[in-house]
Design a protein around this ligand. Structure first.
Ligand code: CS2
Ligand code: MN
Length: 360
């Protein structure tokens, strides 16, 4: 595996490349052209400039999170083809710049959903949290205003004002769109982009739905092992892969994370590792990465990744806000640096143990 940190670009991120470079074991970032709207073309010049900026700071780009998919593609509207054409051209331009991993999601309307951005934990840190009761008490248009007070002045991924201005309209368009429709539209999209992915060896890594169930009645399909395997089979190409996000798949306690990891051997192209603390199956908050701070066994998760020979980029996911830091919720420097170091420690121990037992 290759330890990375997500970086939103100098215009948007409170964390600098210089800081990231000082986290032990982090030599690459996962980044994006954050100002781009879904469906917009990324030119080779723009990608090249981003790459140069990262490289000037002594780091590399391990992949893109995300190239967002236009809603018309998810909806399967006739206008989708022009957006898929742009997506293909964007992938081609990324390939020409020697970038070979792209994370994306296929969630209608919203990216991830949380009902609190700054729930206080007993240690005084603040974290993102979710309760089903809070979602059920809201209409979708209120989602943004209910949490925006805690954004620390940042633009959060998936909650860009441009996207949210159209929430009501979008909900109208999704009326009558079923899960099977979404499968069909995902297949269509993947089949169209696979040739360019093969040509430039670009590994597509779909991000699971977060939480891993339907919110506000919208269809959602990337939620569990069975559906992930269906997606792999549906377009059986190594370039059609997964972002293994423990904090998203793990929202559903029925998802056995180490088992899912093992079943996706060879098709996990990116890993997001974070821990959640559950108070009930539908009331959870994001914890420190350490197993004992949350509900997941992080050793078993990292061990499963090691056992399947995972060699792609991995990153700590949402961190707690600690030590007075003011940053995009989930994306401060300090707790993610602790997370990266912890995961690196687990990996080193697992690897050394394995090598020793083989040499016996
Ligand atoms: C991320 C997602 O912050 C997060 O929760 O894991 O926003 C992720 O980047 C997207 O779903 C991928 O397109
Ligand atoms: Mn994730």
């Amino acid at each position: 595996m290759q330890m990375t940190l997500r970086w939103y670009g100098s215009k948007y991120d409170t964390v600098t490349l210089e800081q990231i470079r000082q986290i032990p074991g982090v030599h690459n970032v996962i980044t994006t052209l954050y100002g781009k709207q879904a469906g917009e073309l990324w030119t080779q010049e723009e990608i090249h400039a981003l790459k140069q900026e990262v490289e000037a700071a002594g780091l590399g780009i391990a992949g893109i999170e995300s190239v967002n998919v236009h809603e018309d593609i998810k909806l399967g509207l006739p206008s989708r083809d022009q957006y898929i054409d742009n997506y293909i051209k964007t992938l081609e331009n990324l390939g020409k710049e020697d970038i070979h991993m792209v994370c994306y999601n296929f969630m209608p309307v919203f990216d991830w959903t949380r009902t609190e951005l700054a729930r206080k934990r007993p240690d005084g840190s603040t974290v993102l949290a979710y309760t089903q009761e809070a979602v059920d008490a809201l209409v979708p248009e209120e989602m943004f205003s209910s949490i925006s007070g805690d954004m620390n002045g940042t633009v959060m991924p998936g909650w860009e004002p441009e996207r949210l201005a159209h929430v009501k309209e979008l909900f109208e368009k999704y009326k009558g769109v079923t899960e099977e429709d979404l499968w069909t539209n995902l297949k269509y999209f993947l089949e169209r982009i696979m040739p360019v992915c093969n040509q430039y060896d670009i590994k597509m890594a779909i991000h699971p739905d977060d939480p891993a169930w339907s919110v506000f009645g919208l269809p959602r399909i990337i939620t569990c092992k069975e559906n992930l395997l269906r997606m792999m089979d549906m377009v059986d190409d190594v370039h059609n892969g997964v972002t293994l996000c423990t904090g998203s798949l793990g929202t559903n306690l029925e998802n056995d994370l180490p088992d899912i990891i093992r079943s996706l051997k060879g098709r996990i192209h990116f890993a997001h590792v974070r821990n959640l603390k559950f108070h009930s199956p539908t009331n959870f908050e994001e914890a420190a990465h350490l197993s004992s701070d949350g509900s997941f066994d992080m050793y078993e998760i990292v061990k499963a990744l090691y056992d399947i020979g995972f060699d792609g980029p991995i990153r700590p996911d949402h961190g707690r806000m600690i030590w007075g830091e003011k940053a995009m919720p989930g994306y401060g420097l300090y707790d993610r640096a602790l997370g990266a170091t912890y995961i690196n420690g687990l990996w080193e121990a697992i690897e050394k143990n394995d090598l020793r037992s083989r040499n016996k």
